[in-house]
Design a protein around this ligand. Structure first.
Ligand SMILES: N[C@@H](CCC(=O)N[C@@H](CS)C(=O)NCC(=O)O)C(=O)O
Length: 208
């Protein structure tokens, strides 16, 4: 029997959901390990060996450990779906994927993710600035998605997976998606893709 990949996560984290979504899209066996972050489980010495910055998500694939959601997407696609549409190898396609991974780590992080951190977790960040950044991003994305199905190529890639979770959950941060028809249609396409899983309830009741 194949050993399930361990996913260390917080079930309310969009970064963790990206990693879970990729595991699910690739139909890989995995088990989730919910860290009790309120009590500092992500800063415990054992976990810091896996994720030195003390962040979720991280994975353990039969002893190979890796932190960072986008790195996890790259690893899973290259290991279990090499040469597929998830992570194309042609130079221009690969560059487009990387461009959107950067948007996910930068604009998505400081926009919709930050706005949700304030509203859902009470993070001491500037909510107005985060909402403004989210709308600036969404205007560009909505225009980009006019007449195209996916962010980077003409098929779904890890770039769509990286961008999906925090954009789908932007309304929880007080960012309205109503003006962005093309983004909402793209979210639906991701959700309709074979294997899609939504953010799921936690094994730890207070996180569910
Ligand atoms: N670049 C990282 C960011 C991950 C991240 O910010 N994780 C948050 C949860 S969404 C976290 O672990 N925060 C705990 C902390 O900041 O101490 C990735 O993509 O995985």
């Amino acid at each position: 029997m194949t050993t399930p990949i361990k996913l260390y996560r917080n079930p309310k984290s969009g970064h963790c959901h990206r990693a879970e979504l990729m595991l699910a899209f690739l139909d890989l066996p995995y088990e989730t390990i919910d860290l009790d972050m309120a009590n500092g489980a992500h800063k415990a010495p054992e976990y810091l060996k896996i994720s030195p910055f003390g962040l979720v998500p991280a994975i353990d694939d039969s002893g190979y450990t890796l932190a960072d959601s986008n790195a996890i997407l790259v690893y899973l696609a290259q290991t279990y779906a090499k040469g597929s549409h998830w992570m194309p190898e042609a130079a221009k396609d690969a560059a487009e994927v990387q461009r959107w991974l950067t948007v996910a780590a930068d604009n998505v992080y400081s926009g919709p993710c930050a706005a949700r951190l304030v509203k859902v977790f009470g993070a001491p960040l500037d909510h107005d600035a985060a909402v403004q950044k989210a709308h600036a991003l969404f205007k560009i994305m909505d225009t980009h998605l006019a007449g195209r199905a996916w962010l980077a190529t003409d098929q779904i890639t890890i770039a769509d997976v990286a961008a999906y979770s925090y954009i789908a959950h932007a309304p929880e941060g007080g960012v309205d998606l109503a003006p962005y028809d093309n983004i909402r249609a793209w979210l639906k396409r991701v959700e309709a893709h074979q294997g899609f899983v939504p953010m799921v309830a936690s094994a730890i009741p207070e996180l569910a």
